[in-house]
Design a protein around this ligand. Structure first.
Ligand code: HEC
Ligand code: HEC
Length: 167
């Protein structure tokens, strides 16, 4: 009951990000705790941070407590559920994560063609950023590249804000 209420409250608070949650939840392996992870662990960074790594029981417990200290919204009981879920699905020897595909949306192809030429897309998709921070990053990348393409900068920034933005 309590958990349903909490998740409901989070959905309200982070209402704007709901479609992204639906999408990211489906990227996670099924199991008890999946929705908790999808909701509580995707506010500051994307779930790629979790899906790309493997750790043992002690390691996952540390990560989760560390994240609760940073502000992840979990009751102690929920934290236990999440830890168990992570150990089960992302423990030592768990199959390698399938490369996370970019969510579809206008600008996706530009990101794929422009933003993976100097580093991989993981660099782009792991951290959620505020609108002005994305705009700065994208402008910087074009500057590094020695390219001037204001239309592309705008389209890519809009895509990244929509998919990997935070308030
Ligand atoms: C309030 C913001 C916030 C929330 C919510 C959050 N994290 Fe994090 N997380 C961070 C920050 C900031 C970092 C990078 C700094 C660091 O490594 O401590 C990070 C890094 C990580 C890392 C990489 C750590 C490493 O050493 O490489 C993992 C794994 C992780 N988070 C898992 C989680 C899990 C699991 C949840 C949900 C229980 C979660 N995060 C929720 C802020 C958050
Ligand atoms: C010309 C090469 C180049 C291109 C093209 C490029 N990047 Fe980068 N990017 C870099 C380099 C080099 C770094 C590391 C810079 C650093 O750490 O100071 C970096 C770092 C980043 C970071 C991490 C920045 C941080 O402060 O944490 C992000 C996010 C990023 N790039 C996004 C993008 C996006 C989005 C695009 C497509 C618009 C893109 N990059 C295209 C060279 C490039």
């Amino acid at each position: 009951m309590r958990r349903v209420l909490l998740v409901g409250a989070l959905a309200l608070v982070f209402g704007a990000a709901t479609p992204l949650h639906a999408q990211t939840a489906s990227a996670l392996p099924p199991g008890e705790g999946r929705d908790l992870v999808a909701t509580a662990c995707s506010q500051c960074h994307t779930l790629n941070v979790i899906m790309a790594g493997r750790d043992g029981p002690v390691g996952w417990k540390k990560h989760v407590y560390n994240m609760v200290l940073r502000g992840a919204q979990l009751t102690p009981r929920e934290a236990d559920t999440v830890i168990q879920y992570l150990i089960t699905n992302f423990g030592p020897g768990a199959p390698a994560a399938t490369a996370a595909a970019l969510p579809s949306g206008p600008g996706k192809e530009l990101v794929e063609t422009r933003c993976a030429v100097c580093h991989n897309l993981e660099r782009v998709t792991v951290v959620k950023r505020q609108k002005r921070d994305w705009e700065t990053v994208v402008a910087n990348m074009y500057e590094r590249w020695g390219m001037s393409a204001p239309d592309e900068v705008q389209a890519i920034s809009a895509y990244l804000v929509a998919q990997f933005g935070r308030d």
